[in-house]
Design a protein around this ligand. Structure first.
Ligand code: CA
Length: 431
């Protein structure tokens, strides 16, 4: 499953100005995106350094053979759903093509292939047909569960079944979308009568976004052996959460209006191929943990189906921005702390015959690490709002206030390989 090739070589260089050694998007990364300029329609591109390689311009450049032109044309569409539908061999071929074009000698007319990133608007990389949010961050599950069941934070099913709920695709928006504080039914802890008003417990959730590939027909399943290939890419996902609305309404069903007012996703699809060097073994289960059922077990997936991505959450309040202060690091976490691999989540989702489609989106669930600075939500950080967080300028937060900006970042680092970034998912609370 780990497929490391010439596109990952640390000594690969590019003719794109300033992109060699770029902290986020060197030629080894090549994240795909849907972008537009001016009032133009969205089209597909590849992010390289401070530029976007315009796939439509590349397809028309005469630099490619027929098969390459066909693949780049698919990836030039207004959304990457067609790309997501490609089999893994064609996705690798496209990556090799993009890498060759960008790392070879500078082509004649190269300037026509590039758009400056600052001149581009970025859209969701794919049109999301369906969005499912898992609950695979075991430290988050334990921290959240402890608030309700101090002696028994994880319910008995947790280590058997990848828990998830169906979210709402219409509220998945790209980074930068304003965070409009939702109103809803709120009830103080233990109260049995609600009122209606703006959420006073607005929170973020640090999650990994997983973009899904070819999928399955209704009634068909995706076996775990094949599930890894159906995971086409990754990003960052903020599952904004209104804790007061959520606490009242999720009795006894799952998340609803406390979650579906907005989910922010980073705009760049970092391909599974780009992340090949950062694959690793799934964290071993504790000795007393149950074995997963056979349909979730695969030796290769356990050996290389986890991803080593370092995640961060930063906050910039309105006062911090006005004072010229840098965003403050709230949290560091790692995707190594997910209890299930992406392939296990996908195989489980399709195990009942539920059809998945190209461009579907999963969230992993909130990723928290066991460290004191590793909480992926304010709910955990403030112990349910009881212990405010002190910011460097003296402000305190229990939950989010008007003007607060939350920024999620993700980065992959491994000696011998170029560091690559997942980019950013950010949003400012408007009121
Ligand atoms: Ca979530």
């Amino acid at each position: 499953m780990t497929h490391i090739d010439a596109t990952h070589r640390a000594d690969l260089r590019t003719w794109v100005p300033g992109a060699d050694g770029h902290a986020d998007y060197p030629v080894q990364n090549l994240p795909l995106c849907a972008f537009s300029t001016g009032d133009g329609v969205p089209r597909g591109g590849t992010v390289i350094g401070d530029y976007v390689l315009d796939h439509a311009a590349l397809a028309a450049s005469g630099l490619l053979d027929a098969e390459e032109t066909e693949l780049v044309t698919i990836a030039a569409a207004a959304s990457l759903n067609g790309y997501c539908a490609l089999p893994v061999a064609k996705r690798r071929r496209l990556r090799a093509t993009l890498s060759t074009v960008l790392s070879g000698s500078e082509p004649v007319g190269a300037e026509r292939l590039l758009v400056e990133r600052k001149d581009a608007q970025f859209h969701l990389p794919a049109e999301v047909g369906d969005y499912t949010d898992f609950f695979a961050g075991i430290h988050h599950a334990r921290n959240a569960g402890r608030m309700f069941r101090p002696d028994n934070p994880l319910l008995p099913n947790y280590k058997h079944v990848p828990i998830a709920y169906h979210g709402r695709a219409s509220s998945v928006l790209p980074s930068g979308a304003p965070v409009v504080r939702p109103a809803g039914q709120r009830a103080a802890h233990g109260a049995t009568v609600p009122d209606f008003g703006p959420s006073t417990r607005l929170d973020f959730e640090l999650e990994l976004a997983i973009w899904i590939g070819g999928g399955n027909a209704p009634g068909e399943t995706i076996p775990i052996e094949r599930a890894g290939e159906e995971v086409v890419g990754f990003g960052l996902l903020n599952d904004w959460s209104a804790r007061d609305i959520q606490a009242w309404e999720t009795q006894p069903l799952g998340p609803f209006l406390g979650k579906n007012f907005l989910t922010t996703v980073s705009p760049f699809l970092v391909t599974a191929e780009a992340l090949a060097p950062f694959r690793t073994a799934q964290h071993p289960r504790d000795a007393e943990d149950p074995e997963p059922l056979p349909y979730l077990q695969n030796a290769q997936d356990q050996a290389s189906g986890a991803f080593d991505i370092q995640l961060e959450v930063l906050i910039a309040t309105a006062a911090m921005r006005e004072g010229g202060l840098a965003a403050h690091l709230l949290t560091r976490a790692s995707t190594l702390d997910l209890y299930w691999t992406p392939a296990q989540m996908l195989a489980h989702h399709a195990s009942n015959g539920c059809p998945l489609r190209p461009g579907d989106l999963f969230g992993t669930g909130t990723v928290s690490s066991p460290a004191p600075d590793g909480h992926g939500s304010l709910l955990e950080m403030t112990k349910g709002g009881r212990e405010p967080v002190m910011l460097p300028n003296g402000e305190v937060r229990t939950f989010l206030e008007p003007g607060d900006e939350i920024i999620l970042r993700g980065r992959c680092i491994r000696p011998g390989f170029a560091t690559i970034s997942l980019g950013e998912a950010s949003g400012i609370v408007t009121a």
